[in-house]
Design a protein around this ligand. Structure first.
Ligand code: ZN
Length: 236
């Protein structure tokens, strides 16, 4: 192995790496600089953290690869770091994410934010599914800072998921935190476990929705939400 190997930023300590990812979701990229935790939380000690790396080596061997060949030497480390990052939503503290950004207002018209990109992993195959989320709610005197909603999506996307549950979790979270008249969430996603395997190759999009409160009980509200979703995003 060459001793003068170039610095690889993706070879930082996995725990530091995942704490940074969690901070990004909790605080947002344009909030004040992230406070990187000084010490690992209980249960995050380095001991035992090689489990993912051992498992990846086992998988490589089982599929007939040689974990010792040069191109694969660091794959277990990279996978360790990557899996922690892609599932860091488990560690996000929703209170830190909200961080006072719920405001009392007189506004009572529907709020819609759509085209929120996300990447998640299906829990059946641990392969990506990805697409966009649209979220709407009808405030009952309380609104949440707009930049928070994509991060709520991120908190639930960065876990092992099924699309239906993720849709429901986002709706339930906003219903619980804002107590609005109603919430609607629509997610459109492509699943690589479908696209890459078998005969069903490519392109199939799955749409899931969750509607609560007046989004469920009032056709008028639901129609207004759907009309917002159909409207093309204005071009800059
Ligand atoms: Zn799957």
């Amino acid at each position: 192995m060459p001793t003068d190997k170039p610095f690889e930023p993706d070879l930082l300590d996995p725990e530091a790496h995942v704490r940074r990812a969690v901070e990004e979701i909790e605080r947002g990229e344009d909030d004040e600089p992230a406070r990187v935790a000084e010490k690992p939380a209980v249960g995050e000690q380095a001991s035992g953290s090689q489990g993912i790396e051992h498992a990846v080596r086992d998988i490589l061997t089982e599929i007939g690869e040689d974990p010792a060949r040069e191109g694969l030497l660091r794959t277990p480390e990279r996978m360790h770091r990557m899996w922690l990052e892609l599932t860091c939503g488990y560690r996000v503290d929703p209170d830190r994410l909200i961080n006072g950004a719920v405001f009392d207002v007189g506004y009572s018209e529907m709020v819609v934010i759509k085209g929120i990109p996300f990447y998640s992993l299906c829990e059946h195959h641990m392969l990506p599914f990805f697409g966009t989320a649209a979220v709407g709610y009808l405030p009952r005197g309380r609104v949440i800072g707009l930049s928070k909603i994509p991060r709520v999506v991120e908190m639930y996307a960065r876990r092992l998921q099924v699309q239906e549950r993720m849709t429901q979790q986002i709706a339930d979270f906003l219903q619980g935190r804002l107590n609005p008249y109603g919430v609607g969430v629509v997610i459109e996603a492509e699943h690589l476990c479908l696209a890459m395997r078998g005969v069903q190759k490519g392109g199939a999009t799955m749409v899931t929705s969750s509607v609560l409160g007046t989004f469920r009980s009032s056709k008028e509200t639901r129609d207004e939400f759907m009309a917002h979703l159909e409207r093309a995003v204005p071009r800059a």
